[in-house]
Design a protein around this ligand. Structure first.
Ligand code: SAM
Ligand code: DTB
Ligand code: SF4
Length: 325
């Protein structure tokens, strides 16, 4: 009954006038699977090409040794097993970006294991952004929390997107991360948006959160004004040595439902099927695309974890009749 009344109140094909509530999202989560897929497809087709998927390639430009204690992360100095490395040289980044472009990526995302960048590091990252952009790729970086003026510096360098995730529900955040508060993440997102950089913001599921907490994360994302341009939905990759290495796996259908709800409540956003794809069957990925995911990370590595080989993705796109954006 609850699901029906939610559907009457909220047309799946229109942008809601009201702010989303956890209750409304739970109504969507609880729909019979086919009804949820149908609604997600309706929204998807109204706002996006039905059979086109965008591809971003990731590169870790500064790996390991991070001061933060994020319970999922292999790069935390508190528990992570990823070896600490220095910031890459710009020429190595350019070579990786060129290879990504040759493989068919349209965006190149550079990630750094920092709480936030120092100004001297930012100058070097700015050079990388300018160089990658000059290859004709869209640029994205994820560098942690930004101080005043840093977002403007990145914008000047030609940055298109800044990735900064809320990661989980506000009420669960403190159980996963103790070295910073989620409110600090909102401050950085405001700086990014104000500097005129597109916002890429999502989270991780499968960390032992409840369905209500998954809904709560999605409510926070959808109620941003405006909603993020790009919404990565990561499935936890349980990394050895991290506090979450033994987190119980999420029911795959619950993951698909999470994608579908994200699509319905953020109609115009690109929804990225992000970490965790290597562990997914082609059939499960196809369900995620049906649920409204229209972007992936492309290339055999994420930051430290694996990702499907480009050839496997090419074959999957061919089998599904998808084109690359
Ligand atoms: N240090 C910066 C930060 O935290 O914003 C940028 C890099 S951090 C590794 C980028 C994102 O990767 C995190 O916000 C999180 O969503 C995702 N991530 C990290 N480890 C993960 C894992 N084991 N499984 C899934 N997603 C993960
Ligand atoms: C995002 O939301 N997922 C990417 C990207 N933004 C930076 C990172 C996934 C990391 C997966 C674990 C690893 O490679 O260490
Ligand atoms: Fe550091 Fe980012 Fe990993 Fe947290 S998620 S430990 S901030 S690299």
């Amino acid at each position: 009954m609850e699901a029906t009344s939610t559907l009457q109140a909220v047309s799946a094909t229109s942008v809601p006038a009201q702010r989303w509530t956890i209750q409304a999202l739970l109504g969507l989560f609880e729909l019979p699977f086919n009804d949820l897929m149908y609604r997600a497809q309706q929204v998807h087709r109204e706002h996006h090409e039905a059979n086109a998927v965008q591809r971003s390639t990731l590169l870790s430009i500064k790996t390991g040794g991070c001061s933060e204690d994020c319970g999922y992360c292999s790069q935390s100095a508190h528990h992570g097993e990823a070896a600490k490395e220095a910031l890459l040289e710009t020429e190595d980044v350019i070579a990786a970006a060129r290879a990504a472009k040759d493989k068919g990526a349209s965006r190149f995302c550079m990630g750094a294991a920092w709480r936030g960048p120092k100004d001297k590091d930012l100058d070097r990252v700015a050079d990388m952004i300018a160089a990658v952009k000059s290859l004709g790729l869209e640029t994205c970086v994820t560098l942690g929390m930004l101080k005043d003026g840093q977002a403007e510096r990145l914008k000047q360098a030609g940055l298109d997107y800044y990735n900064h995730n809320l990661d989980t529900a506000p009420e669960f955040y403190g159980q996963v991360i103790k070295t910073h508060a989620q409110s600090e993440r909102f401050d950085t997102l405001d700086k990014v948006r104000e500097a005129g950089i597109k916002v890429c913001c999502g989270g991780i599921v499968g960390m032992g959160e409840t369905r209500r907490q998954r809904a709560s994360l999605l409510v926070e994302l959808a109620n941003m004004n405006p909603a993020p341009d790009s919404v990565p939905i990561n499935e936890l990759v349980p990394m050895p040595g991290t506090p979450l290495e033994n987190a119980p796996p999420l029911d795959p259908f619950e993951f698909v439902r999470t994608i579908a709800v994200a699509r319905i409540i953020m109609p115009e956003s690109m929804v990225r099927l992000s970490a965790g794809r290597q562990e997914m069957s082609d059939e499960l990925q196809a369900l995620c695309f049906l649920a409204g995911a229209n972007s992936i990370f492309y290339g055999d590595k994420l930051l430290t974890a694996g990702n499907p080989e480009a050839d496997r993705d090419e074959a999957l796109f061919a089998r599904l009749g998808f084109s690359a954006i």
